[in-house]
Ligand binder design. Structure first.
Ligand code: SAH
Length: 372
């Protein structure tokens, strides 16, 4: 909701907020994602320009860590024209992002421009803010959505003896100011449109907005080139009832005090894959601990440990590594998923195309990183 929604009113990402995310836990997370983009940019023949487009950047920490990598690898990127495009609905979070990334040096754009704010990053890269992915100008782009899709609204459905019914929110007639879940008495337009005919589960959550956004990303990648990296907790079309709320890092009843708690549902990657079908190839979902291991997190940890002499920093590094990688913590429940142009994954068959050059390197993260 533009006026009463959680992200427009509160949006408490981070230690002092309602939930903590991987980029807020360790800078290594964002650095490895930065390396993923560089490695894809190289694999795709080092195009002369690219846009980094992040959906729901939170506090801006992930972009900050990625831009640090871009700066460290400035000699590699020297001939490339890079710009950053942030899609953010929360006025409060966009202010926090502006301070984090530009030191507060931003100005609002005139009404007729598609971006509502712009500035220059501390590392000298132009940054633009938008409310909708459709406002981002076309062009070769690398997209990023970390803990974005789980924040979008879902429909819930229950299989009954009489067929699929939608789970709706109602005002409890018995208790004042109390909401309750009810089942629709008959089918609804959503039960007719969003349940796949081959569905085998009894309870299903569908996020049509995520489907529409993935279709848009896939069309843009098909037309202008680039890639998208999606990371979130989720499943591959197997889980059922995952809708839950968080407030002050504790589980919170989703129906109580609406607009004051983070509401979230696991991302159904099988649905996202279906939405990209035909336009782009997809990779994953792969578990976060496998993705980060493939990206070289162990080596990065060793280097940071060697370079830090005080015990507190070393303990912090080990603790954050454990949070990201431990299967009981974030290692197993978070997944990585990518959209890539079909030709990126096509393995040229020498017999069919004798003129084809050496095959493209495997996509990092989903395979071991091979940086020359
Ligand atoms: N990626 C960050 C933040 C995740 S929280 C991290 O991992 O730390 C979700 C983010 O998506 C917030 O920045 C929130 O304001 C933004 N958001 C939520 N709904 C949105 C929408 N419909 N359009 C654009 N941004 C949205």
């Amino acid at each position: 909701s533009p006026s009463q929604g959680y992200y427009t009113r509160r949006g408490g990402v981070g230690e002092s907020g309602d939930f903590i995310t991987s980029p807020e836990i360790s800078q290594v997370f964002g650095e490895l994602i930065g390396i993923w983009y560089i490695s894809e940019w190289m694999a795709m023949g080092k195009p002369s320009t690219f846009q980094l487009v992040e959906l729901g950047p939170g506090r801006g920490t992930l972009t900050e860590d990625i831009l640090r990598v871009f700066k460290q690898l400035a000699s590699v990127l020297s001939k490339c024209d890079v710009s950053v495009h942030l899609v953010e609905v929360s006025p409060k979070l966009s202010e926090i992002q502006a301070v984090m990334l530009t030191g507060g040096k931003v100005h609002p754009s005139p009404e007729d421009e598609s971006a509502y704010m712009k500035g220059i990053s501390k590392t000298g890269i132009p940054i633009f803010w938008y409310r909708d992915i459709q406002d981002v100008p076309p062009g070769y782009s690398f997209y990023l959505a970390h803990e974005f899709f789980d924040a979008l609204p879902i429909h819930k459905f229950q299989r009954t003896e009489k067929g699929w019914r939608e789970v709706l929110v109602d005002i409890d007639p018995e208790v004042p100011d109390q909401l309750r879940f009810v089942l629709s008495p008959s089918g609804t337009p959503a039960t007719q449109n969003f349940i796949q005919p081959e569905e085998t589960r009894d309870h299903v959550e569908v996020c049509p907005e995520a489907g529409v956004i993935v279709q848009r990303l896939a069309s843009r990648i098909e037309k202008d080139g680039g890639a998208a990296l999606v990371a979130d907790y989720g499943h591959d079309g197997t889980k059922t009832d995952t809708f839950r709320g968080f407030r002050n890092h504790k589980l919170h009843d989703v129906l109580s005090a609406p607009g004051t708690a983070d509401l979230t549902a696991d991302v159904d990657f099988s649905y996202l894959r279906k939405m990209a079908q035909g336009k782009t190839a997809t990779l994953g979902p792969i578990k976060q601990r496998e993705f980060l291991k493939n990206m070289g997190i162990d080596l990065r940890l060793q280097v940071l440990l060697q370079n830090s002499s005080d015990t507190a920093t070393r303990e912090q590094l080990l603790h954050s590594y454990d949070m990201l990688m431990n299967p009981e913590k974030m290692g197993d429940c978070f997944n990585f998923f990518a959209l890539l142009p079909h030709h990126r994954l096509a393995h040229p068959d020498k017999k069919d195309k004798p003129e084809s050059k050496s095959p493209l390197p495997p996509v990092a993260g989903f395979n071991e990183l091979l940086l020359k």
